[in-house]
Ligand binder design. Structure first.
Ligand code: SF4
Ligand code: SF4
Length: 476
C-alpha cells in the first residue's frame, strides 16, 4: 500500500478514533478501576499502566518501554586522578525500581548504547527484580565492519546475555537495518548491501532463527532507519514465509507521521511503515516518540494551544499519548534520564488516554508549524560519539535546536530582538559546550558521518553553526 493510499482521515477512521477515544481488544490495563485518574490529583498509581498484548507470545507489554540509551551519568576520579564520566548505577537502580513498581516491564538496550555500558548497567538494575516480571530487548548492533563476521556476531549475542544476567532475550533486533555503511577499506554500502554484509551473507539472521527455536530468543525483529527498500525486502521475505518477524521497531511521532522526509531525506513516513506492519499484523515498537526531545518543547503558540486543550499536562505528554494511540503500538520507548521524565511519562500512560480525532488533527497542524523552524534532526542517540577530536556533536546540536525553538536564532541586526538572541546563543553555547568541544575544533574528517541514523551531514552542520557563531561574535 502506498503512502498516499492511506489518507490521514481514513487512517484515523480505521483506527476507530471517530471523535471518541480508542477501544481495542488488545488494549488491557493492569488495574480494575476505571480510567478517571488525572495525574494532578495525587501520586502516580502503581496498578494502572496500560498494557498491550503481543499476538505471538501473548506477552502483556507495558505501553511505556524504558529506552536504556540515556542512563544518567556522574563524574568520578579515575586511577590517574582525572575526572571521568561513568554511569550512575545507584540512580539507574532507583529509576528501574520506580519504573517496575509502576508497571513498566519492557527494557530496551543495545551493546552500542552509553558507549557500550548500557547492557551491563541495565542488567545490574534488572537483576534486583523477578526475571519473569520484565522483558528485555537488545540488539545485534554490529555497525563496525570489524564485527561483521559470524563469530563476532555470535560473540556479541553471548556478551549481551552475560551483561544482562540472563539466559534468554525476549525481544532481539537486527539493529538499524536500512542504514548505509562502509567496508573496512572505506567502500560505501547502501542499505541493501549493508543488510547483506551485516546479517545475511554471514549467516547471522539464520543463526538468530536457530536461537529462537532453542528459546534463547523469544521474539525476533529489527529496527529501521534509512533505505526503505530494505523494509520492503524484509517484509516480502515475511510474506513468503522465509522469515517471520515477531515485531518491528520504527520511528513514529506526529511529525514523522507524514513529514519524515522533510526532517531527514533518508527517513520514511511512519504512516507508510505502520500501514505495512498493520497489514501483516506485526506489532510496532515505537522509537523517537519525542523526536530526540524536540517535541518536549514546541513553539510558544503551539504550546498555548496544547495547554488550552489539556491544562496542566506536559507538552511531552502529547507526543507520548499520540504514539500510544495506535492499536498496532506494542510499546513506546522513552529514554528517561531523570526521575521527572519517568514520572511525567508514567502520568501519560497510567493509564493511556488515547488521542481523540480532534487532538490528532491539532497535532498534525502543530507538526506543520514546528517544521517551519530550521531544526537539525539530531535525536541525541550519540551513535556518532566519541569524535576523535573531542567535539561534543549532540550537545552542539541540542544548543542550536534550543535557540531555534526559543526564537534566539537568525535575527538581523536591525531586529529589536537581535541583542537578546545574540546573547542567548553565545552565552548559552559556552555554558552547554566546553570551548574545546565546540564546532570550531571540528576538522571535517567525516568519521562521524556514517554513524548517524538520521543521515545528518554532521561536518557540514557543524561548519554552518561555527560560521554563525563567528558572525555573531563579529557583529555586536
Ligand atoms: S567531522 Fe568533525 S565532528 Fe565528525 S569526527 Fe571529524 S572532527 Fe569529529
Ligand atoms: S548527530 Fe546523528 S548520530 Fe549524532 S547524536 Fe545526533 S542523531 Fe545521533
Amino acid at each position: 500500500m502506498k503512502n498516499e493510499d492511506i489518507s490521514r482521515r481514513s487512517f484515523l477512521k480505521r483506527l476507530g478514533i471517530g471523535g471518541a477515544v480508542l477501544a481495542t481488544p488488545s488494549l488491557v490495563s493492569c488495574g480494575s478501576k476505571d480510567s478517571g485518574y488525572t495525574p494532578e490529583d495525587g501520586p502516580i498509581p502503581t496498578d494502572k499502566m496500560t498494557l498491550r498484548e503481543n499476538p505471538n507470545t501473548h506477552d502483556k507489554v507495558s505501553i511505556l518501554g524504558y529506552g536504556c540509551m540515556r542512563w544518567p551519568r556522574k563524574t568520578v576520579k579515575n586511577d590517574k586522578g582525572e575526572d571521568e564520566e561513568v554511569l550512575d548505577q545507584d540512580q539507574i537502580n532507583k529509576l528501574v525500581a520506580f519504573a517496575m513498581e509502576h508497571g513498566v516491564n519492557y527494557y530496551d538496550t543495545s551493546p552500542a548504547y552509553c558507549r557500550g555500558k548500557s547492557e551491563e548497567a541495565t542488567g545490574i538494575a534488572l537483576s534486583k527484580h523477578d526475571r519473569k516480571k520484565y522483558y528485555i530487548a537488545t540488539k545485534l548492533s554490529n555497525f563496525s565492519p570489524t564485527t561483521w563476521s559470524h563469530e563476532a556476531g555470535v560473540e556479541m549475542f553471548e556478551n549481551s546475555l552475560k551483561y544482562l544476567q540472563t539466559d534468554y532475550i525476549d525481544y532481539y533486533l537486527l539493529h538499524c537495518i536500512g542504514q548505509h555503511s562502509q567496508t573496512l577499506d572505506g567502500q560505501p554500502l547502501n542499505g541493501m548491501e549493508a543488510l547483506h554484509a551485516r546479517f545475511l551473507d554471514n549467516g547471522m539472521l539464520d543463526w538468530c532463527v536457530e536461537q529462537k527455536k532453542k528459546g534463547r530468543i523469544r521474539n525476533l525483529g529489527w529496527s529501521y532507519h534509512g533505505d526503505v527498500e530494505v523494509v520492503d525486502y524484509l517484509l516480502k521475505l515475511h510474506d513468503e514465509g522465509k522469515y517471520h518477524w515477531d515485531f518491528v521497531q520504527i520511528q513514529l511521532n506526529y511529525i514523522d507521521w507524514s513529514h519524515a522526509k522533510e526532517v531527514n531525506e533518508a527517513n520514511t513516513d511512519a504512516e507508510y511503515l505502520l500501514g505495512e506492519l498493520k497489514k501483516r499484523g506485526i506489532p510496532a515498537v515505537i522509537m523517537e516518540p519525542l523526536l530526540g526531545g524536540r517535541l518536549a518543547k514546541v513553539p510558544e503558540f503551539v504550546a498555548k494551544k496544547m495547554y488550552k486543550m489539556r491544562p496542566n499536562k506536559s507538552i511531552a505528554s502529547w507526543a507520548f499519548r499520540y504514539a500510544g494511540t495506535f492499536p498496532e503500538t506494542l510499546t513506546v520507548l522513552s529514554g528517561m534520564t531523570y526521575m521527572e521524565h519517568l514520572e511525567d511519562n508514567l502520568r501519560s500512560y497510567c493509564p493511556l488516554e488515547p488521542c481523540t480525532e480532534e487532538e490528532v488533527n491539532m497535532l498534525y497542524q502543530a507538526a506543520v508549524e514546528i517544521l517551519k523552524n530550521p531544526f537539525i534532526s539530531c535525536t541525541d542517540c550519540k551513535y556518532c560519539m566519541p569524535c576523535p577530536y573531542g567535539i561534543d556533536i549532540p550537545a552542539i546540536f541540542a544548543h542550536y535546536n534550543k535557540c531555534v525553538n526559543d526564537d534566539h536564532y537568525n535575527h538581523t541586526q536591525e531586529d529589536p530582538k537581535y541583542r537578546e538572541a545574540r546573547r542567548a546563543f553565545l552565552v548559552g553555547y559556552d555554558r552547554s559546550v566546553p570551548k574545546l568541544r565546540q564546532a570550531s575544533h571540528c576538522i571535517g574528517c567525516g568519521e562521524c558521518k556514517s554513524h548517524c541514523p538520521q543521515s545528518i551531514d554532521i561536518p557540514r552542520e557543524l561548519h554552518r553553526i561555527d560560521q554563525y557563531v563567528e558572525s555573531l561574535k563579529t557583529k555586536q
